[in-house]
Design a protein around this ligand. Structure first.
Ligand SMILES: Nc1nc2c(ncn2[C@@H]2O[C@H](COP(=O)(O)OP(=O)(O)OP(=O)(O)O)[C@@H](O)[C@H]2O)c(=O)[nH]1
Ligand SMILES: [Mg+2]
Length: 367
């Protein structure tokens, strides 16, 4: 653990009963105060504040189309064959063309279930005479992917409820980009005037809280870290939410350790974390966001399934879309689980978290 910085405020000075801060329980570190940002005031209950905040975050950042576009170059190349196929399409060729289209979608990680769904719907429309040219088929293909993403995953704004503090827990497998995404999300929320507290719930790795502390300093947010080495994640998160409640924070962002979705005992720890924060603020957590590494392709499907089954995922953050992301599986996850993609990570910088825009995504994977 890092040695106390001059910004550590003694917990004994807090008005909270000292019993809460026994040995091994989390202590709060205070990052330097940045220039004060304009704050929302909330006169008509928290609902308005949080709804507005969730919406603003969604609207204010324009998707970084260029980064997304370059990240999907591999998927786009795989799908480019569709253009050639459709250029010379004629009705007599339908079966062959649709077979090859099916192949292209599978190679691009769309997964068999969704691929069959898309291709069969195109076949029906072609045979019914609704699609009469290659370009109409291409447009229908793009539209069906867009429809899948927007119908099943339409709630892309953060749902922060109406009680303060709103609690967001970030979960996922190792190295997917949880801590980085949390930092970027904190930056975004802070910029909109929210008072954000970070909770270093990754108690497995000694360096994990140091990493989050760097993000706290970078974004000017306060942070609660575990005091001892054997602190339970659920205890850190519960302490953070208590502090958030006592000190009027708007949002508590909770980091968690990376865990394999197949490791039952680690998955159970997440249930404990969820329960612990719910005991402090009823209705919490408001969001459990699953971070999925966009370069892992169809492997993300069993991950999403398992995390969703254990804790119930309310939204997805797809990271590393600036690298060589494999786009098709995103559609499979949204379609199978009906969970919206809320944000996409397009780099390691503080501003590299974008709200998910289904239309931009579809244009980035189909040239
Ligand atoms: N290019 C790129 N790199 C990213 C993105 N998001 C995260 N990373 C990088 O991925 C690596 C892992 O990120 P972390 O945030 O530490 O991942 P984590 O899920 O918290 O990892 P654990 O806590 O070890 O499970 C770091 O090097 C990040 O800088 C992204 O959107 N784009
Ligand atoms: Mg981490």
């Amino acid at each position: 653990m890092a040695s106390p910085s001059p910004f550590v405020r003694s917990l004994s000075a807090s008005p909270t009963p000292p019993s809460l801060f026994a040995f091994n329980l989390p202590r709060t570190r205070f990052a330097p105060k940045p220039p004060s940002a304009p704050r929302f005031t909330c006169q008509a209950g928290q609902t308005g504040f949080f709804t507005r905040l969730g919406r603003l975050i969604k609207e204010k950042t324009k998707s970084d189309v260029e980064k997304l576009f370059s990240g999907f170059s591999k998927t786009r190349d795989n799908l480019a064959v569709i253009d050639e196929l459709l250029l010379y399409w004629n009705l007599a060729d339908t079966d062959r063309v649709l077979d090859e289209l099916e192949e292209a979608l599978l190679v691009s990680d769309f997964g068999p279930r969704i691929t069959i769904k898309i291709v069969e719907s195109l076949r029906d429309d072609i045979l019914a005479g609704k699609l009469k040219s290659g370009s109409e088929i291409k447009d229908a293909l793009k539209k069906s992917v867009l429809d899948l993403l927007t119908k099943k995953g339409s709630k892309t704004a953060l749902q922060l409820g109406f009680r303060k503090p709103a609690v967001v827990i970030i979960v996922g497998v190792n190295g997917g980009g949880k801590t980085t995404s949390l930092g970027k999300l904190a930056y975004k929320l802070k910029k909109e005037g929210a008072k954000v507290l970070m909770a270093a719930g990754d108690t497995f790795r000694a360096a994990a809280s140091d990493q989050l502390e760097i993000w706290a300093e970078r974004t000017g947010c306060e942070i609660v870290v575990a005091e001892g080495e054997k602190a339970k994640a659920s205890s850190v998160l519960s302490q953070a939410v208590k502090r958030g409640k006592e000190q009027g924070f708007d949002i508590v962002l909770c980091d968690t350790s990376g865990r394999l979705h197949t490791n039952y005992s680690l998955m159970e720890e997440l249930i404990a974390c969820k329960k612990a924060v719910g005991k402090v603020v009823s209705g919490a957590p408001n969001e459990i966001l699953l971070v999925l590494d966009g370069t892992t392709g169809l492997n993300m499907l069993p991950q999403a399934r398992e995390f969703n089954e254990v804790v119930g995922i309310s939204g997805l953050i797809l990271t590393k879309l600036d690298g060589s992301a494999r786009g098709g599986c995103v559609v499979s996850v949204v379609d199978e689980l009906g969970i919206p993609v809320k944000f996409v990570g397009v780099g390691e910088g503080v501003e590299d978290l974008q709200p998910f825009d289904a239309e931009v995504f579809v244009n980035a994977i189909f040239s």
